[in-house]
Design a binder for this molecule. Structure first.
Ligand SMILES: Cc1ncc(COP(=O)(O)O)c(C=O)c1O
Length: 414
């Protein structure tokens, strides 16, 4: 039985959550674009810069301590993804840069006429690198399409486009627009059975649900720590045998060993330290004898809280005439979405709503938010996209009420 999530104890650990602007508290609903960080992240980052700031591989105290920190950060991320080994963890600048890099490395295996499958639900970071690779190599691109009525992929979305020529399936685990959680394991199983590699974008799933790469059956999973309460830092997991056999673009003196083969140049040790801090923050909300188990249990606890908050938000939004929530809304399906809720409102441009929310110190995003494919597929690209409210576990019912009151005021004054 998971313990109940204590939002007050969580909020106390985030200095930014106590800040006000002109006397007004800040309401952070911009979480899908980046979350705030707890003190543990700040402390780890400062400690790294203040006491162990050196390059790796030497004999003096700072280089040795920096090396230990880097190892600890790899292990923490292995636990975060429930990976079998820390050597499967590759740090990089962000998800986008890692995907450009890895697409080039994997692309060495592909030939003209090979097929790749992309998803209409995805953020452009898991589309553009593959489209450009297809352009470079003469690959054929097939698309997995979602149902614009349910905002979910039908079960046969992949089997319709999969063939013996498919070399790779690139799919998001959760949408940064509709909030839909995709059945990644189902699609990964189909893709691997057809002999294709599976590249999963976990950026929007990772801040809300546990990821177990040993259960998923994918080949590569990528996320970014700044979306889950850490610093700006990308983290890729890759199946060890695949990483070993894959060509790594690197400078000649750099190690051929994993994960260094894919970690080009000098990494952000302070970013890795902060990432370690974020994982230490998260595990305090869980129970279990290993860190991987504590992290998984923490997500279960936080997800239960988030799902109730999401339902309150969705039910509140749906009372407004002319408002359409662009995602799953059923009360019993909150586990099939993350708490990222996008909507359109007849007669109101999303950008103007975002500006008005900002006047009440409520932070939201509008437009396509780089979800060009899904927003285009919903026919909203030339209509200003959507207004996106992104909750995290540190948000409260009072904040949701404040947003709904702000929207009521905006509509009245329009
Ligand atoms: C689903 C998804 N994938 C990828 C990215 C890109 O991540 P990064 O900023 O780490 O490159 C984002 C950023 O918002 C995202 O929401």
């Amino acid at each position: 039985m998971p313990q109940a999530f204590d939002v007050t104890s969580s909020r106390r650990q985030f200095p930014a959550l106590a800040l006000k602007d002109g006397g007004a508290p800040r309401i952070y609903f911009d979480n899908p674009a980046g979350t705030q960080v707890p003190q543990q992240v700040i402390d780890r980052t400062v400690e790294c810069l203040a006491t162990k700031n050196a390059n790796l591989g030497g004999y003096f105290s700072t280089t040795v301590q920096a090396g230990e920190l880097v190892d600890q950060a790899h292990q923490a991320c292995a636990d975060f993804y429930n990976a079998a080994s820390a050597s499967e963890i590759v740090f990089g600048q962000n998800m986008t840069s890692l995907t450009f890099h890895m697409s080039r490395c994997l692309g060495r295996k592909f030939r003209k006429g090979d097929e790749i499958v992309l998803s209409r639900m995805d953020h452009d970071a898991n589309i553009a690198p593959w489209l450009l690779l297809a352009d470079d190599l003469g690959l054929v691109v097939r698309w997995m399409d979602f149902d614009t009525g349910t905002y979910e992929f039908p079960d046969d979305a992949l089997s319709k486009v999969l063939s013996e020529k498919t070399k790779l399936v690139a799919l998001g685990m959760a949408s940064n627009c509709t909030g839909t959680v995709n059945d990644a394991k189902h699609f990964a199983t189909q893709a691997r059975a057809a002999g294709a590699l599976v590249y999963l974008d976990a950026v929007q799933l990772a801040p809300h649900y546990a990821i177990d790469v040993q259960d998923l059956g994918a080949d590569i999973v990528v996320s970014s720590a700044y979306k889950w309460f850490g610093p700006h830092q990308g983290i890729l997991w890759g199946r060890e045998d695949l990483l070993k056999e894959t060509f790594g673009y690197k400078v000649r003196p750099a190690s051929e060993e994993l994960p260094h083969k894919f970690e080009t140049g000098t990494l952000s040790h302070e970013g890795m330290a902060g990432t370690l801090g974020a994982i230490e923050y998260l595990e305090q909300f869980g129970t279990g004898e290993t860190r991987a188990k504590r992290i998984a249990s923490a997500w279960t606890t936080m997800a239960e809280y988030e799902q109730k908050l999401t339902l309150k938000l969705i039910e509140g939004l749906r009372t407004f005439k002319g408002l359409t929530v662009r995602g799953v809304t059923s009360a019993n399906a909150m586990h099939r979405r993350v708490p990222t809720v996008s909507f359109t409102l007849e007669g109101h441009q999303p950008v103007n709503l975002a500006k008005d929310f900002a006047k009440d110190n409520i932070f939201v995003w509008s437009g396509h938010n780089y979800a060009v494919e899904p927003v285009g597929r919903m026919g909203l690209l030339d209509k200003g996209g959507v207004l996106r409210i992104g909750l995290a576990h540190y948000n409260t019912e009072a904040e949701v009420d404040a947003l709904l009151s702000s929207l009521t005021r905006q509509i009245k004054n329009a």
